[in-house]
Design a protein around this ligand. Structure first.
Ligand code: F0G
Length: 458
């Protein structure tokens, strides 16, 4: 039996949720054109769409909200924000943004030229979108194990150095102005990257003088996995591990909506003076002055506190074990997931669950819709709908290797009984899987289509 960790907190405030009846759910998802982003949150019972911006804040964070200094320039809350980030990340400049993708947009707009390549393990969708939007080409170089849902490997987020070398040889180093690593590797199952790999990748890019940036959304969860799985770090504190990670990079972007336990916020942090100046000028035009960057003083305060709370080992132990509990409970019911369980989410292997729905009919979306209809649960498709693209040369659609439904767990929000309910519903969907049908697109935009796509059942 999977083990559930006792929560290292008690609950001080609650929010009511309710389950619509089945007929209502069927109507709601039809009206939403089978796109779960179009549902109203009040029509969902257990919302596992994302772990981003959905955390429950602590009493300390709420107290910080009251203390927020709303001065336009030089606010005390910015100082706290900057100090907290420098304490962990150790870079010279800290540039606040309203969330992670704004940090990406600012960075790529100042570093990419059309036709440039940006390698990573696997880029997240907004990162890909921002690279393409600046004329760049995202390249995913995760190890092969990271693309196979069934292999059990401790660091499936690692980068394959041979793939990096291949890219350099193919396109030329002058076409690679920046390299990245995403920790944990969200689009590949929330899998961690080892410190050993981070060090090797850092050395690789240093040799070519290419700056390495870390997409640090879930760096604390990644650090906890390093402590658990990389022997030499067993006795290190999580903060020491985090500091070591960033010491091998030239900068980082972060959506604070994840491991900083807040509902909004982000930043870019880096050492390069010139680049920091360019980004700051752009920030002032698009986001806000350099000491608030699109956030209120109270938001900056909540990030400053949340970042440090997110490194607490009791919290991280609970967090990672809670996610593992959901994963192991699903496996006990014979439901295939990406193994081993990731940090922030469990990923159902839709290709394996629905082998008869071809990829162009979006099996992972079919599974996500079925979970809503069966039990009011919202997950998110991470497969062909999110990542397929048209090859400019051949005109063919290129589909990703993985077809997954991500069940992301908001931090400090759901209890064991909620997760047991999710497992029960997933099991019912498994039993009915032969009756599920695929979907076809009736509307789609040019970039990031999954957010606004409209579908019909086939
Ligand atoms: N990078 C990664 C790895 C992410 O997971 C996200 C967001 C971002 C960048 C962008 O940050 O949302 O603050 O603009 N991921 C959320 C998710 C949306 O559901 O996984 P943002």
């Amino acid at each position: 039996m999977a083990k559930y960790p006792p929560e290292p907190f008690k609950i001080k405030m609650v929010e009511t949720i309710k389950l619509l009846d089945r007929k209502e759910r069927i109507n709601k998802i039809r009206e939403a054109k089978y796109n779960l982003f179009n549902l109203k949150a009040e029509d969902i019972y257990i919302d596992l769409l994302t772990d981003s911006g959905t955390s429950a804040m602590s009493d300390n964070q709420w107290a910080g909200i009251m203390r927020g200094d709303e001065s336009y320039a030089g606010s005390r809350s910015y100082q706290h924000f900057e100090d907290s980030i420098k304490d962990i990340f150790g870079f010279k400049f800290v540039i606040p943004t309203h969330q992670g993708r704004a940090a990406e947009a600012l960075l790529f707009s100042k570093i990419l030229k059309p036709g440039d390549y940006v390698p990573s393990n696997i880029h997240f969708d907004t990162t890909e979108g921002n690279i393409r939007n600046n004329g760049g080409i995202p390249v995913n170089c995760v190890i092969d194990e990271g693309l196979d849902p069934s292999t059990n490997y401790p660091f499936k987020g690692n980068i394959d150095l041979n793939k990096l070398q291949q890219l350099v040889d193919e396109v030329g180093i002058e076409k690679i102005p920046i390299a990245m690593i995403t920790i944990t590797n969200n689009s590949g199952g929330g899998q961690p990257v080892s410190l050993e790999n981070i060090i090797e990748v850092s050395k690789f890019w240093k040799k070519y003088n290419v700056p390495l940036f870390i997409d640090a959304c879930r760096y604390a969860e990644n650090s906890y996995f390093i402590k658990q799985r990389e022997k030499i770090y067993h006795n290190w504190s999580i903060k020491e591990i985090a500091k070591k990670i960033f010491s091998y990079a030239d900068g980082a972007t972060m959506s604070a909506k994840k491991d900083a336990l807040v509902n909004i916020g982000g930043f870019v942090t880096l050492n390069d003076d010139e680049l920091a100046k360019k980004i700051t000028s752009n920030l002032i035009i698009t986001e806000g002055f350099r000491t608030y960057g699109g956030l209120s003083g109270r938001d900056l305060e909540a990030v400053a506190i949340g970042l440090q709370e997110g490194l607490n080992e009791d919290y991280l132990k609970y967090r990672i074990e809670q996610t593992a509990y959901l994963g192991e409970s699903l496996l006990e019911q014979g439901i295939p997931i990406v193994q081993p369980p990731g940090g922030h989410a469990i990923y159902l292997d839709a290709r394996n669950i629905l082998p008869d729905i071809p990829q162009e009919h979006f099996p992972a979306q079919a599974l996500a819709v079925a979970l809503y209809i069966e039990g009011g649960i919202r997950g998110v498709e991470i497969g062909g709908l999110m990542f397929a693209y048209k090859d400019e040369k051949t005109g063919d659609m290129v589909y990703p290797k993985l077809e997954l439904v991500r069940l992301a767990i908001p931090r400090r929000v759901y209890t064991r009984a909620h997760l047991d309910y999710v497992v029960g519903i997933a099991r019912k969907v498994m039993e009915k899987r032969e009756s599920l049908k695929g979907y076809r697109i009736t509307y789609q935009p040019r970039l990031l289509r999954h957010f606004t796509v409209e579908l019909e059942e086939i």
